[in-house]
Design a protein around this ligand. Structure first.
Ligand SMILES: NC(=O)c1ccc[n+]([C@@H]2O[C@H](COP(=O)([O-])OP(=O)(O)OC[C@H]3O[C@@H](n4cnc5c(N)ncnc54)[C@H](O)[C@@H]3O)[C@@H](O)[C@H]2O)c1
Length: 245
C-alpha cells in the first residue's frame, strides 16, 4: 500500500511510519521540519519518502500532493497525525494561539483529506462498496471526549476532528473509503514531555493501567484500522488511553 503520514518525523507519527514500513508499505511523510534535520535523515534511512509541508497552508498541501501524483501510484492511506498544542487558560488565550491550533489540527486535516479523497475516489477500482478500501485515520485525543482545563483550543480542535471524521465517513462510505479517528490518552512524546511533573503525576493517577502510553501503542491501533482486518469499521473513535476514559 502507499501511505501518507502527516507529522511523521517524530513522536506518534514516526512510530506509525515505522510500522507501515515494517509491514512492507511505501510511506510518504509530510512534516514541517527542515529536510536537513536528524529526524528527517533517519526517516529517509529507514526507507520513507519525505515532503516538507505546512499542512495549515492549502498551497503547501497542494504542492505535497503534486509529489504523490508524480509517483503514479494509488494513495491507499492518509493518517492526519500532525498536531500542535498551545495551552493556556481561556481568559489568557491569545487569538493567534487559538488560530494556530485550529489551523494545524483541524484545517490541516481537512486540507489533506480533501486532496487525498479526490485521489482515492478516482483511483479506486471496482464499483461502489465492492471497491478496494482506502483509509483515512485522524489523530484526535482523549481530551476531545473529556474536555481539559487549560486546553480549550486543543480540545475543541480535536473534538472538531471527530465531527470531521464522522462527516467524511458518511460522505465517502459509498466509495468504500473508511474514515476513523484514534483518541490517544497520555502518550510519552515531545508534546507531553513539556508538561510539569505535577501535571504528569495528576494524569498518571487517572490511568487504570498504571503506565503512560507508548507511541507504539497508538501505532498498533492505526496499523489495525488499515490492515484489511477492520474493513467494516468506519465513522468510529477508537480510544487508546489505558482506561483513562
Ligand atoms: N502525545 C500525546 O500524549 C498525545 C495524546 C493525544 C493526541 N495526540 C496527538 O497525536 C499527534 C502526534 O502527537 P505527538 O505527541 O507525536 O506530537 P509531536 O509534537 O511529537 O509531533 C508532531 C509532529 O507534527 C509536526 N507538525 C506540527 N505542525 C505541523 C504543520 N503545520 N505541518 C506539518 N507538520 C507539522 C511536527 O513537526 C512533529 O513532527 C498530534 O496530533 C497530537 O495532538 C498526542
Amino acid at each position: 500500500m502507499y501511505c501518507m503520514v502527516t507529522g511523521g518525523a517524530q513522536g506518534i507519527g514516526r512510530a506509525i511510519t515505522s510500522l507501515f514500513l515494517q509491514r512492507g508499505d511505501r510511506v510518504v511523510v509530510l512534516d514541517c521540519l527542515d529536510a536537513a534535520t536528524q529526524q528527517v535523515s533517519s526517516l529517509l534511512q529507514e526507507g520513507a519518502e519525505y515532503v516538507m509541508c505546512d499542512i495549515s497552508s492549502a498551497a503547501s498541501v497542494q504542492q505535497a500532493f503534486f509529489y504523490v501524483d508524480q509517483q503514479k501510484i494509488r494513495l491507499d492511506v492518509l493518517v492526519n497525525n500532525a498536531g500542535i498544542s498551545r495551552d493556556a487558560l481561556a481568559v489568557r488565550m491569545r487569538e493567534a494561539d487559538w488560530d494556530a491550533v485550529f489551523n494545524v489540527n483541524l484545517k490541516g486535516a481537512f486540507l489533506c483529506s480533501q486532496q487525498a479523497l479526490k485521489r482515492m475516489m478516482v483511483a479506486n477500482d471496482g464499483a461502489g462498496h465492492q471497491r478496494k478500501p482506502a483509509y483515512i485515520v485522524n489523530m484526535s485525543s482523549v481530551v476531545a471526549l473529556t474536555g481539559n482545563a487549560g486546553q480549550a483550543a486543543y480540545a475543541a480542535s480535536k473534538a472538531g476532528l471527530i465531527a470531521l471524521t464522522k462527516s467524511l465517513a458518511h460522505e465517502y462510505a459509498n466509495r468504500n473509503i473508511l474514515v476513523n479517528a484514534v483518541a490517544p490518552g497520555f502518550i510519552e512524546t515531545a508534546m507531553t514531555q513539556r508538561l510539569s511533573d505535577d501535571v504528569q503525576k495528576n494524569i498518571f493517577e487517572r490511568i487504570p493501567l498504571k503506565r503512560f502510553g507508548t507511541v507504539e501503542d497508538v501505532a498498533q491501533m492505526v496499523g489495525f484500522l488499515t490492515s484489511g482486518r477492520a474493513d467494516y469499521v468506519t465513522a468510529q473513535v477508537l480510544s487508546v488511553n489505558g482506561g483513562m476514559y
